[in-house]
Design a protein around this ligand. Structure first.
Ligand code: MG
Length: 303
């Protein structure tokens, strides 16, 4: 890696543009070309992963094939479109993938798909979203374990495969027409739910908030169109959910604008956009995978 030029800022990439011919590493040139394309609207598709490296430290990186280009940038910089490559490449298989962000809040929208609204006793929201918060302590990463609470607390824990968006810049009272400018990218979410408790409790806090009830990841993908993303959830390899964000009853910019009238959205905040039909219960030993088109697969084990 010594021969790889370390480019510390996007500005330095641009300043060094004339020297690119002398950069030996092809991957570095590829990376440099991509860095030059960074724009505030994140219209370039990038896959941003947060992981624990082989040295034990936590990094962000950009995935290219089977490699991760390690960044010196933290989330605050990345959210502003600053990707400081630190000159190190690692194999994706060699790192432990972590939750992609540490949000100040996880906002979940419910009943944005008619099928799931109907199967849980409601109707799709056509104007006022139905929403709840999940604590950050519920979040787990790809390949981590969903722990079922004791049977004395709940006897019906269900999966809900969803698309989630990650906020990239702070916003309050966001106009609908500007809303997507506040999105860094998209990830996969499993809104694990103790269905008996969401029916019996006056609030969703307990039924949605157990530790490990928020699988998220494995990474954030920028620059994709969120309006036509296929969502497929499998339980032990069998398809149980097969939906598409095109079926949503409320538009994503509307949801962002609507919630921003209530609370300030901060970089890293997560908005889970709701589940299509097919939510079903999970038991110990199960393996659940939520796959979203153009993003990837989120797999978790149930215990
Ligand atoms: Mg949900």
């Amino acid at each position: 890696m010594e021969k790889v030029r370390v480019l510390n800022t996007m500005e330095s990439v641009l300043a060094n543009e004339q020297n690119l011919g002398s950069v030996i590493c092809g991957d570095m040139i590829s990376m440099t070309k991509k860095l030059k394309n960074v724009s505030a609207s994140f219209d370039v598709s990038r896959t941003i992963v947060r992981y624990q490296g082989t040295d034990g430290n936590i990094y962000y990186g950009i995935i290219e094939g089977e490699q991760v280009l390690q960044l010196a940038s933290g989330f605050a910089e990345i959210a502003q479109g600053i990707f400081n490559y630190d000159g190190v490449q690692v194999l994706l298989d060699d790192v432990k993938i972590l939750i992609p962000v540490e949000p100040t809040k996880v906002i979940n929208f419910g009943w944005t798909f008619a099928g799931h609204a109907n199967e849980t006793g409601g109707t799709a929201n056509l104007k006022e979203p139905f929403l709840f918060l999940k604590p950050q302590s519920a979040l787990i990463a790809d390949k981590e374990t969903i722990y079922l609470p004791p049977i004395s607390l709940t006897n019906r824990v269900e999966l809900e495969g969803e698309v989630a968006l990650v906020i990239g810049k702070s916003g309050k009272n966001i106009k609908e027409e500007d809303a997507l400018d506040y999105v860094l990218g998209y990830t996969v979410f499993n809104d694990v739910t103790a269905r008996d408790l969401t029916k019996s409790d006056p609030q969703f806090t307990r039924g949605k908030g157990f530790d490990t009830f928020g699988p998220i990841g494995p990474w954030i993908v920028t620059g994709i169109d969120p309006t036509h993303l296929k969502i497929v959830t499998t339980l032990n390899g069998k398809v149980v959910q097969d939906g598409n964000t095109a079926q949503m009853s409320l538009r994503i910019p509307y949801l962002i604008s609507w919630i921003s009238q209530v609370m300030t959205l901060e970089p890293g905040d997560v908005l889970a956009l709701g589940s299509p039909s097919g939510s079903c219960s999970m038991k110990s030993g199960d393996v659940v995978t939520v796959e979203v088109e153009h993003i990837g697969k989120l797999t978790n084990y149930v215990k």
